[in-house]
Design a protein around this ligand. Structure first.
Ligand code: FE
Ligand code: CA
Length: 573
């Protein structure tokens, strides 16, 4: 199939519009801007404000106000034993095309201290915030001590950001007694409040892992839940650089999200909505038919990098973004961070149940040997990574559900759903990964865990080598699927009068331990002996004062694959 055919198929199935939509409102607003220039003080940190020809409506004091200049907050990410990435983006007018910064580069000073008062500075330097990268900066700090908390701050002239907190990874070979992280996904801005992040902020986590759908590209349907003045909202669907940037600004000005970035380092990867719904990047991008989509993809990739605490190695090039990577927490835990969007081939054609029944429960097209979720390079890298695992817990940080899900509650079998967008839609490749994971975990003595986002619901699955094995047999590892922060909002509550929780055997899937459709995130406490996954959920995402609570928790013991069913799980609905 040519790229042109694939694009036609794509348009039919997803109603995609490839043409660009100009965001006139944002473009106009950006004319009302100021320009920052580097000062000439000895420290090089002073800056001079030059007011352009266009009259400036807002008071001059705005940009002396840290809450305006650092309106998108500060962040850190991708910890190493001796360093982290520090991130910020200067944006005194976050919803305008240029963030209110104009074209000139601005020097930003950064400091890392061992105390919250920022008196014991251990590393410092300057970085240039440039218009080409939306005045974002990504500083790769090194020379820090392993497994330690640090505090960090940015300054432009005498305007300082808030002080953030970050933590380095343990030294190679170290075996920490415990490690606490949270994982989250899917934060559609107009579907609900980010109060789950307020709950997370109270958990004192060492790290946050975000599994994608950090933004949604869709037309924003208003600010019913948020109130406030958002100035020029990026209302139409994001599809070019200006509108993706504005979309990140919209999400990132949320106070709970900002606070969570301030409190701990993050590891991020993307899912589809960072580009568009059900995005697959495995096209022949050099074919003329793909040009408009390529422009959109490149804009989305660039805006992603500009707004996340990623290393230089993830800076977009003409070939894309190197997002799959590994992050090691000593010999306790290793994250293998996947990118199942950029290289995947188009989802398999849907089919009827008759065709599925004749093909072992899968749509025939799923079995196309050319079909890939990872792409050749990432697949090779992943398979090779299993051969070098030294950590006790090997974590695939992944977007889409890995475990087989039978949607047919009766004796029949039906996999892949209507979209064939998950690993069930790429079942041949999954079997290759699964077998390698199973063999290596036995040979090297590690515990495979998959953490997953995407589906706006909580699930716990035993990963089985033979999916048809009887309950409790053929166990390889565990998959924890975390629900959304806000996507789908209180939909289930409004429809049924309650959220739905079931504590195993979902539609007859004997490897299932949990299904639940609250909003929230998953808190993981990892020790050398066991992994505890605590499902924290919100009673509603429409009440700013709503308190999170523990729905249930599951334990995996070292050397004993499979989740231990928790007696605290209470079915509802
Ligand atoms: Fe989502
Ligand atoms: Ca069945």
């Amino acid at each position: 199939m040519t790229t042109n055919d694939i694009l036609k198929q794509f348009s039919r199935r997803f109603g995609e519009r490839a043409e660009a939509i100009p965001l006139d409102a944002i473009a106009r607003k950006s004319l009302d801007r100021r320009t920052f220039l580097l000062g000439t003080t000895a420290a090089g940190l002073g800056f001079t404000r030059i007011v352009g020809a266009t009259p400036v409506a807002s008071p001059v004091s705005d940009i002396d106000d840290p809450s305006r200049l650092f309106s998108l907050g500060i962040a850190s990410g991708d910890p190493l034993p001796d360093g982290v990435v520090l991130w910020t983006r200067l944006a005194p007018e976050p919803y305008t095309r240029d963030g209110g910064m104009g074209e000139a580069p601005v020097e930003v000073a950064w400091e890392v201290a061992s105390d919250e008062g920022m008196t014991a500075i251990v590393q410092q330097g300057t970085a240039m915030a440039e218009a080409e990268w939306a005045h974002s900066i990504h500083v790769e700090v090194s020379g820090l001590e392993p497994d330690s908390w640090y505090f960090c701050r940015f300054r432009v002239g005498d305007v300082a950001s808030e002080t953030g907190r970050t933590r380095t990874a343990p030294a190679p070979g170290a075996m920490p007694e415990n490690f606490r992280f949270a994982f989250a996904s899917c934060q559609r801005w107009d579907h609900g409040l980010y109060t789950a992040y307020r709950d997370m902020a109270a958990q004192d986590v060492d790290l946050v892992v975000h599994l994608g759908d950090y933004i949604y590209e869709y037309r924003v349907s208003g600010d019913r839940l948020r109130g406030g003045d958002f100035g020029v909202l990026p209302l139409s669907e994001s599809n070019n650089l200006d509108s993706y940037r504005a979309r990140y600004a919209l999400h990132k000005t949320d106070p709970h999200l900002k606070e969570m970035h301030r409190l701990a380092p993050w590891i991020v990867t993307w899912d589809d909505h960072e580009v568009h719904n059900n995005f697959f990047g495995g096209l022949h991008w050099d074919e003329p038919a793909a040009a408009l989509l390529l422009e959109r993809r490149n804009a989305a990739y660039k805006a992603y990098y500009e707004h996340q605490p990623l290393r230089e190695s993830a800076k977009p090039t003409k070939d894309g973004v190197q997002l799959y990577r590994a992050v090691q927490y000593g010999d306790l835990l290793g994250f293998t961070i996947l990118d199942t969007r950029q290289y995947r081939t188009i989802q398999a054609n849907p089919c009827d149940e008759e065709a599925r029944a004749a093909n072992g429960g899968y749509c025939p097209d799923v079995m196309d040997p050319e079909r890939t979720l990872l792409g050749a390079g990432q697949k090779e890298w992943l398979l090779d990574s299993f051969e070098h695992v030294t950590a006790r817990w090997n974590v695939l940080a992944n977007q889409v559900p890995f475990s087989r899900i039978d949607y047919d509650g009766g004796p029949g079998q039906s996999f892949g759903g209507s979209e064939n967008d998950k690993w069930d839609g790429y079942a041949l490749e999954r079997e290759v990964v699964l077998n390698a994971m199973a063999d290596a975990s036995t040979a090297r003595g590690f515990n495979p865990v998959v953490i997953t986002g995407d589906v706006h619901a909580n699930y716990v699955w035993d990963i089985r080598r033979d999916w048809d094995a009887p309950e409790g047999e053929s166990l390889v590892g565990t998959e924890f699927v975390g629900t959304s922060i806000s996507s789908n909002g209180d939909q289930a509550l409004k429809k049924a009068g309650h959220f739905t929780t079931s504590c195993g055997n979902l539609r007859g899937n004997t490897h299932n331990h949990l299904y639940d459709n609250h909003r929230g995130y998953v808190l993981c406490d990892v020790t050398p002996d066991q992994w505890t996954a605590t499902y924290r959920v919100m009673p509603t995402v429409e009440d700013p004062d709503a308190e999170g609570f523990t729905l249930t928790s599951f334990v995996v013991e070292n050397g004993r694959p499979g989740a231990q069913t928790d007696a605290t799980c209470t079915p509802e609905g």
